[in-house]
Design a protein around this ligand. Structure first.
Ligand SMILES: Cc1cc2nc3c(=O)[nH]c(=O)nc-3n(C[C@H](O)[C@H](O)[C@H](O)COP(=O)(O)O)c2cc1C
Length: 202
């Protein structure tokens, strides 16, 4: 089949998310100016540069039945200029999901999801205790995209936490924690197997 998104897909569910898979999940922590911690998963997330290391995540109202307007993560980050990306292990999938609930801004999703906040080293923000890795980021820019409430936040990574048991012979070994990835619809995947390919010019 072929369809133009502006004409509709005619399928029971929008296939768009299932076409861009697997997506890493940036579990984004931020802090409001009154000190309230905030946490939410974002799968429109990725690394975008090595030197200096940079990441992005996108907030969107997505569906007509979702609340539009700025999400708490983005409004906090716009005000404070910092955020932290927590890496999601398979074993933390339920807490990750719980933290995606649409809760009032004054509710701390760390508490809601049963997670322990730890202060970051270089920014005024909490990270999640026990995650395999956490990236402390300074906001570089917020870009407004076409459509309602679609925005991308870019950040420079200025501090990186690695859990010691994930470092094997100097390499960050993802099989130690099994990264969770977002698929389409309500589906997820988990990385349990890894293989290597040498590049032609290696
Ligand atoms: C696995 C997963 C991935 C998500 N990815 C996104 C995303 O990329 N962009 C987005 O706007 N919302 C995404 N959401 C929904 C947000 O997590 C949800 O709207 C959350 O309540 C936002 O919280 P906040 O207002 O505290 O930022 C995702 C939810 C889940 C469970």
């Amino acid at each position: 089949m072929f369809y133009r998104p502006e004409d509709g897909h005619g399928l029971p569910h929008n296939p768009f998310n299932a076409l861009i898979t697997p997506r890493p999940i940036g579990w984004i922590s931020s802090r409001a100016t009154d000190g309230t911690n905030n946490l939410a998963p974002y799968s429109f997330f990725n690394g975008v540069a090595y030197e200096p290391p940079q990441v992005m995540f996108a907030t969107t109202s997505g569906k007509p039945d979702q609340t539009s307007g700025t999400k708490d993560s983005l409004s906090n980050i716009a005000e404070t200029g910092v955020f932290c990306v927590n890496v999601v292990a398979f074993e933390m999938r339920d807490a990750m999901n719980a933290s995606s609930a649409a809760l009032p801004k004054e509710v701390d999703e760390f508490t809601h999801a049963g997670l322990t906040p730890v202060d970051c080293e270089s920014i005024n923000c909490a990270r999640i205790d026990g995650v395999p890795a956490a990236l402390e980021c300074r906001l570089t820019q917020i870009v407004t995209l076409p459509g309602e409430s679609n925005r991308v936040a870019f950040g420079e990574v200025i501090g990186i936490h690695l859990r010691e048991d994930c470092l094997i012979d100097g390499l960050f070994d993802v099989t130690r924690f099994q990264p969770l990835a977002r698929m389409g619809y309500r589906d997820y995947s988990v990385v349990q197997e890894v293989f290597s390919l040498a590049r032609p010019d290696d």
